[in-house]
Ligand binder design. Structure first.
Ligand code: ATP
Ligand code: MG
Length: 260
């Protein structure tokens, strides 16, 4: 991995992982049309923010990605950073959580203000860990943290952030509608369709230059309609191990660890 363009002070670095994505493995990465569209939207939105500011309209480039676990949300944001040639700054929401009155809110505010002022792709991952519906939640602390996150998104409106801000969650239905409404772009990252799954597996296999049978991959996909990229990747690695155990005899043959 190359050296990150940005250097963070210690009190921020303990919460934020920063990566240079110049070496992102494009050979293995399968892009969908949805993903290309999202990147275009993010880029267009960045330009619109500046134009709208001239009309006195405050609009912020914030995107919420949602979808089942393993569909590639976090990996996609790395790909965004690679495409836009910016550092990938990653904070998992749970790392901000700290016991003691107001500590989590203070961490969130500090990290958010510092990071959004930098030229980077800033990802706040797994926001579902705090952002349960205010009305459904009985926990005052969670409510207060959710409110802080909303305040920080509002703060951005008046302080033109340099960062491109993306958040991700598995469970959009449980999110507070007031929080949801603060994101300019909301996009689902769904399961791949069968054609895309085939494209994903073939790209992965080709990148390793190993022998495989496309019809066998088609069968695997037809039998396991709910597989995500994470599961397919695990099945590919298991298949690769068996092939190596077999002294590289025959094809790398996919079989599901369980039926999906
Ligand atoms: N488009 C893709 N091309 C190649 N590999 C991918 C792609 N998308 C995801 N992967 C691989 O699948 C795995 C799971 O992806 P990732 O962790 O990004 O999913 P996620 O949606 O963030 O999951 P979670 O909701 O559990 O955080 C990763 O190891 C990644 O390498
Ligand atoms: Mg993730």
């Amino acid at each position: 991995m190359g050296k990150a363009r940005l250097k963070l002070p210690e009190d921020i670095a303990k919460f934020v992982e920063i990566e240079n994505c110049d070496d992102f493995d494009l050979d293995k990465y399968f892009k969908t049309q949805t993903q290309i569209d999202i990147i275009n939207d993010i880029q267009k939105n960045g330009e619109r923010c500046k134009e709208l500011a001239e009309f006195g309209v405050q609009y912020v480039n914030t995107t919420l990605l949602y979808g089942p676990t393993g569909t590639g949300k976090t990996t996609f944001v790395r790909f965004v950073a690679h495409t836009l040639e910016k550092d990938f700054a990653y904070v998992n929401f749970s790392s901000l959580m700290e016991d003691g009155f107001g500590n989590t809110e203070r961490n969130l505010k500090k990290v958010f203000r510092y990071m959004t002022a930098l030229d980077c792709v800033f990802m706040i991952d797994e926001i579902d860990c705090i952002a349960t519906s205010r009305t459904a939640s009985t926990n005052d602390t969670l409510k207060s943290i959710t409110i802080t996150l909303m305040q920080e998104l509002d703060y951005c409106k008046t302080h033109a952030p340099k960062a491109i801000i993306l958040a991700a969650t598995n469970v959009v239905d449980n999110l507070d509608p007031a929080l949801l409404s603060r994101f300019s772009i909301k996009k689902e990252i769904p399961l791949l369709n069968n054609e895309e799954k085939l494209g994903f597996v073939c790209k992965y296999m080709n990148s390793m230059d190993v022998p495989y049978d496309v019809d066998q991959v088609r069968e695997y996909i037809a039998r396991n309609s709910r597989v995500t990229q994470r599961i397919m990747e695990q099945d590919i690695i298991r298949a690769l191990i068996s092939w190596l155990d077999n002294s590289k005899e025959g094809f790398v043959t996919l079989s599901a660890y369980q039926n999906y």
